[in-house]
Design a protein around this ligand. Structure first.
Ligand SMILES: CSC[C@@H](O)[C@@H](O)C(=O)COP(=O)(O)O
Length: 357
């Protein structure tokens, strides 16, 4: 562990799940307790917990409740109820593949063992969490290694400890690179409409003593034009078989501006975010949320009454705009179908949850 490794948003305590309520940060640090699978699905949907790896981990713990509930209700025929509860968890948010990846992994555990299902699933949820933490530290080292000359970095959304088991993906790279003095300044987009950058990324960085400069999302191209940014470093919710990347809305615009200004564009995501079952980004289900999120700021309405809003919360960055894809398995420069297939075994495609995207 480094000194930059303290926040843990998903914690199993005794017999239940504790989630740090990310809707309230940085103003309030409140933990919520969860004891059933439907409530965990609700917490994912309502963004108590968010970020692709973190929602996968929370869902893996949700599967423990699902098994407990199903076995208690129908000891001799619990599997159909269990699968129904997994489907509810899997439908909580559509875009991040980590959610369905974690549930598919849990489903396979049930087939592979004759032990008490909840015990088996709890052990596996812990393994998923531990592996994510280890992957983040590895990606931190790999991504920092790409920053050969000191300079400014720009990040988007929140990809830190709060979005993962701990340490973070893109923010993990930033933590590692900052510790190695490879970064002169961290810039963070505020990330409308949920303000994950202004609320969560800035909070995490300041907790670690890393100074951060916030900017409105629309200011990013001008910042790149000024020469202040060497790397844009972002996370991902899904990376498809050709290297296309779904991530927080606004990422695509950053990639376009970065290419125009000769700024490096790095995507940092664990292999649990890679979906070799989908040929390209057009096949990714992009979540759209309540227009009210755009019509107001953090819950306070600001738009002219009567205006409508379009609120897709992710976009797809085409693979050719990605300079480096960093996973715990290594770095792929300018990913494409060939390099993705070489790096990730095709059997990953067969690991998706039944029922599609
Ligand atoms: C390590 S997190 C990668 C992505 O999940 C992150 O960039 C992101 O888009 C999160 O979106 P959110 O809507 O806050 O869940």
């Amino acid at each position: 562990m480094t000194r930059f490794d303290t926040i843990r948003p998903v914690v199993w305590q005794d017999d239940h799940l504790q989630l740090l309520d990310q809707r309230l940060l940085p103003g309030e640090t409140r933990w919520l307790a969860f004891h059933d699978s439907a409530a965990v699905a609700g917490a994912i949907r309502d963004m108590v917990v968010r970020g692709a790896p973190a929602i996968g981990i929370a869902a893996a713990y949700g599967a423990v409740f699902a098994a407990r509930e199903a076995v208690a209700a129908a000891p001799a025929d619990w599997l159909p109820r269990f699968e129904q509860a997994l489907a509810v968890l899997g439908d909580a948010r559509p875009t991040a593949v980590n959610l369905r990846w974690a549930l598919a992994r849990q489903r396979r555990q049930v087939d592979a063992s004759t032990d008490d299902p909840a015990t088996v699933l709890l052990r596996e949820a812990r393994a998923i969490l531990d592996e994510d933490l280890a992957a983040n530290h590895r990606m931190g080292e790999l991504g920092a290694g790409l920053m050969t000359e000191p300079g400014g970095v720009l990040t988007h959304c929140n990809t830190g400890s709060l979005a993962t088991a701990g340490y973070g993906t893109a923010l993990g790279v930033i933590r590692s690179a900052w510790a190695q003095q490879r970064i002169t300044r961290v810039y963070a987009d505020e990330t409308r409409p949920w303000l994950q950058g202004a609320r969560l990324t800035a909070w995490e960085l300041l907790q670690d003593g890393i100074p951060v400069t916030l900017l409105a999302d629309a200011a990013a191209p001008a910042l790149m034009r000024s020469g202040a940014v060497r790397w844009v470093v972002v996370g991902a919710d899904r990376v498809t078989a050709n290297g296309d990347v779904a991530n927080k809305i606004g990422t695509y615009a950053l990639a376009l501006a970065a290419r125009h200004h000769g700024v490096g564009f790095m995507v940092v995501a664990p292999t649990s975010t890679v979906d070799m079952a989908l040929p390209n980004g057009d096949a990714i289900a992009i979540e759209t949320r309540d227009p009210a999120e755009v019509l107001g700021v953090h819950g306070t309405p600001v738009a002219a009454a009567g205006a409508d809003a379009w609120n897709p919360v992710f976009d797809v960055t085409p693979a050719p705009l990605v300079d480096a894809l960093v996973t715990e398995a290594g770095v792929i420069h300018r990913p494409d179908t060939e390099s993705m297939r070489a790096a990730f075994p095709v059997e990953r495609a067969a690991q998706a949850m039944p029922g599609g995207a």
